[in-house]
Design a protein around this ligand. Structure first.
Ligand code: TYC
Length: 101
């Protein structure tokens, strides 16, 4: 006798994994003017004045501050671009990136 297959047919639909995020980190130094850091944060990271000031002050007092998170390529491109703009003005300002835990 032919058996009827009564097993329910299931399909596993996998959602694409979200790409891991990377932090852009502002590093303090003793030379870059505070106003320049704030202007750069506003122009390159589109943060409002009050937030730019808070980020700059946190980096100034604690040594570093997270600016924003992006996918790795965007984070690296933005960190490099902001660092290069500062260097082109003769400042040693540094933005780094690191993966978010
Ligand atoms: N420490 C600098 C000063 O006193 C200002 C500054 C703040 C520089 C944050 C870099 O990431 C920085 N002029």
């Amino acid at each position: 006798m032919t058996q009827t297959n009564t097993k329910p047919r299931t399909a596993t639909v996998l959602k694409p994994a979200r790409p891991p995020l990377h932090k852009v980190i502002l590093i303090n130094d003793d030379f870059t003017p505070r106003d320049f850091v704030v202007s750069l944060l506003k122009a390159e990271f589109r943060v409002p004045e009050a937030q730019a000031l808070a980020i700059m002050l946190t980096a100034h007092t604690r040594g570093a501050c997270v600016v924003a998170v992006f996918t790795r390529e965007i984070a690296e491109a933005k960190a490099n671009r902001a660092t290069e703009i500062a260097r082109s003005k003769g400042y040693p300002l540094l933005f780094t990136t690191e993966p978010e835990e």
